[in-house]
Ligand binder design. Sequence first.
Ligand SMILES: NC(=O)c1ccc[n+]([C@@H]2O[C@H](COP(=O)([O-])OP(=O)(O)OC[C@H]3O[C@@H](n4cnc5c(N)ncnc54)[C@H](O)[C@@H]3O)[C@@H](O)[C@H]2O)c1
Length: 454
Amino acid sequence: MNVSILGTGYVGLTTGACLAFLGHNVTCVDADHEKIAVLERGGVPFYEPHLAELLADAHPNLCFTSEYAEAIPPAQVIFIAVGTPPGKDGAPDLRYLEAAAHGIGKHLTGEFAVVVNKSTVPIGSGNWVGSLVRDKACEKAKGRFAVASNPEFLREGTALHDSLYPDRVVIGADEEQTAEVLYTLYRPILDQTFQAPPYLPRPEELGAVPLISTDLASAELIKYAANAFLALKISYINEVGQLSEKVGADIAQVAKGIGLDARIGTRFLQAGIGWGGSCFGKDTAALIATASEYGLEMPIVKAAREINRRQRDRVVEKLLSELKILKGRTIGLLGLAFKPHTDDLREAPALDIARKLIERGARVKAHDPVAMDRFRKESESNGRLAEVFCCETPEDVAREADALVLVTEWPQYRELDWEPLAQIMHTAIVLDGRHALDRTRLTRAGFRYVGIAC
Ligand SMILES: NC(=O)c1ccc[n+]([C@@H]2O[C@H](COP(=O)([O-])OP(=O)(O)OC[C@H]3O[C@@H](n4cnc5c(N)ncnc54)[C@H](O)[C@@H]3O)[C@@H](O)[C@H]2O)c1
């Protein structure tokens, strides 16, 4: 099928690469000319494991442009995958979505096309996008398109795996004919009939992928409700973690004991600094904003957000309790990205923690295996974050530091040679913000090990 994808960010480019790999003709569009230039040269504008390889394999079926006039007329399916960043009062800022919908409307030719919201959008956006497209469409094209919702559940760092081998595909459409276009598009994924790329092997246990075919509003709500639930799970274990610390329990064992109940599951039950990233904060805020339009409060979701906010304060409190004074101390952060295997810094806990420490007079050094360049660029004109001293290696972070904080659980930090690090620090304290380090090993290496919930 001929597919156009608007937005070549984490979601749009992943979707484009996967669909082109499956044999569809895909045009990826971005308003950012620089991004398109990078892609045309065979580069990848952000870090995502195996994306460069998949783009290379899918190359014959892929093209890149900034021109809607080129991308829209031949497309049978048009995905909107532009950003929906947080706006005022918790509601997302929909200006990119609006521009994309207008751009589609202007260039529809009258051949039937399905416009698919893949961006995470407030409930009711399907209808809204439909009206925006219609407003700009020529008379011939006005009735010749339909809108569907196909929320995305990929996780950065495993985005390609999640897209080729999803837990489920959700399609929301108000007419069966519209949904059928998307069943056809996704058939190789639903039936798992494609040949898996060698660097992304199919999980052995995977059978057919469940399809949830529903109406527009339900598909839109599924996305928000799923993200809010994952956020709740993390905040729940962090709340239990606070009690665990008081009563002297081992939160890792508690989480395992809870999670092995099949009704609960072990994932998203790691106590620590809490969630970051571009989705959970924004989507929980959007869910609360939508609910308030209907006179509903969403107290559980609000509490999850508040607990998450407090977890970042706890890092500062823990450091204060260890060092007594933060003014003039040097704190080293291991990890800047909001999670391992990505360079995405949006809402990353490290940024918030760095800011709080600098405000208290500490000097902050930081390292990240892949996000350093992005951090340098984005922090340049970002208030206090410009004061963070970027280090090339974890050793540089540790040298003369009063404490290290593991903020992002990159696997390479687990494997560090800790003994020499302890020797070059001013005081060998490590705050394990992710419960990822081996307390016994660190203690043997000469560190005072401090956990977040222990
Ligand atoms: N990143 C994730 O892990 C993830 C997961 C699931 C869902 N989502 C949702 O998917 C959407 C996209 O997220 P993302 O992380 O890929 O965003 P992103 O910021 O990485 O990418 C968005 C891209 O859209 C481009 N763009 C903006 N306006 C445009 C326009 N009018 N036409 C063409 N391109 C335009 C931007 O230049 C940018 O490259 C958001 O709604 C997000 O909530 C994200």
